[in-house]
Design a protein around this ligand. Structure first.
Ligand code: PLP
Length: 396
């Protein structure tokens, strides 16, 4: 008989004083005092005990030299992809990067030339734009359409922009941060059709691939077609799924051998070839033992999303949560308030005491929105919502 352990996501763990960017840096970065930090994509849940145990065992060894990923590591990553995502990958496709943002920068630098243009779908995770601008590439945006609160892609505009011969790379966010969409197979097939038609390399940032709620299904971009698989780089990591970002480990999956050689050349060029010793240990344990934790975590996050949605609907109807299909990031539409971005930002920090990501950081079409991190004990979200409500009461 398999005994399923129940995890307690209500448990509050004090993270202050652990050099946590989310907690220890919030007041300084936002310019407030005692802010409730619901910003950067970092969860406040303890990882399953098997990860802590594996790390403790590795630490006890007391030698931490250069590390490579073991055969077991590759096998468990392959198993995870096959089991969770029905994607049969080969060991040699799995390349390393300390993080997905590093990989995006390496890819823009190595796969495009000055004068090339990089396409992103805004509003989107800010490092996408930066990875292009850092390398002096021109940015082209294909804004998502907000259809009465539900986001979809604008394929007419996408085709128009991809048809520009200077656009050589598209960074796809799938599932999408911050709008919470889990793109359907049909939507991804349309992207692939257009990218292939205009010979554009697709970098699919699938770091949120495991964070998908019931009723939705994530399709790895490379599974869309052979052409898509052959002309794409898929960025994955255990770091969002199991909150291991501080351990710096991600898996960049590249089926095409010449794209892979080019990527690995970039990795070596910047001396990023060896994975973090503890990152490898934690990732292996997470993929081996973490599935039930993840399933329960997703149920908990969905409850949190429902809580915030219903709270706003009932108490602050001018703020509206975008329906969330995946990720643990809520995208709240505040445009009904009619405030400009600075007024909204100051109100949230100074009057409501909340550190939330401002929508305009995700592109101009994110103005009037804020992003809230839902991966925390519900008691913290309750406190945050109460503070928000009383700030509005005082304000009025
Ligand atoms: C879409 C997306 N890509 C990448 C990252 C960060 O990845 P890493 O920490 O591996 O650089 C995040 C973090 O929030 C993200 O949302």
């Amino acid at each position: 008989m398999v005994i399923v352990q129940n995890y307690d996501f209500d448990q509050v763990t004090d993270r202050n004083g652990t050099a946590s960017i989310k907690w220890d840096e919030a007041d300084r970065l936002f310019g407030g005092e005692h802010l409730i930090p619901l910003w950067v994509a970092d969860m406040d849940f303890q990882v399953p005990a098997e990860i802590t145990e594996a790390l403790s065992n590795r630490i006890q060894h007391a030698i931490y030299g250069y590390t490579s990923a073991s055969e077991d590591y590759y096998q468990i990553v392959k198993q995870w992809m096959a089991h969770r995502h029905q994607w049969a990958i080969k060991k040699e496709w799995i390349c390393h990067s300390p993080g997905v943002v590093t990989a995006l920068n390496l890819i823009v630098d190595g796969f495009t030339c000055e004068g090339d243009k990089v396409l992103i779908q805004s509003p989107v995770y800010p490092p996408f734009a930066k990875s292009a601008l850092n390398q002096n590439r021109e940015l082209v945006t294909n804004p998502l359409i907000n259809d009465n609160g539900v986001y979809r892609m604008d394929f007419v505009d996408l085709e128009h922009k991809l048809s520009n011969s200077k656009v050589s790379l598209m960074i796809l966010c799938s599932p999408h941060n911050p709008v919470g969409r889990v793109w359907t197979k049909r939507e991804l097939a349309k992207v692939a059709e257009l990218a292939n038609k205009y010979d554009v390399l697709v970098v699919a940032d699938e770091i949120h691939h495991d964070l998908v709620f019931e009723g939705h299904h994530h399709t790895p971009y490379a599974l869309i077609s052979e052409e898509a698989s052959d002309h794409s780089i898929i960025c994955t990591a255990p770091s969002k799924t199991f909150n291991l970002a501080g351990l710096q480990i991600s898996n960049i999956i590249i089926p095409n051998s010449s794209l892979r050689r080019k990527y690995l050349k970039q990795v070596r060029r910047f001396g990023l070839g060896e994975p973090n010793t503890l990152g490898v240990t934690a990732a292996e344990a997470a993929y081996r033992f973490g599935e039930s934790w993840l399933d329960q975590c997703l149920t908990y996050i969905k409850k949190n999303a429902n809580f915030v949605t219903n709270f706003l609907k009932k108490n602050l109807p001018d703020l509206k949560m975008t329906p969330i299909e995946g990720t643990y990031l809520g995208w709240i539409d505040c445009r009904k308030l009619g405030w400009d971005k600075l007024r909204l930002q100051q109100f949230l920090i100074k009057e409501a005491g909340l550190a939330l990501n401002q929508g305009y950081a995700f592109g101009t079409d994110g103005e009037g929105f804020v992003r809230i991190n839902l991966a925390c004990p519900q008691s913290l979200l309750k406190e945050a919502m109460n503070q928000l409500q009383s700030a509005f009461q005082h304000h009025l």
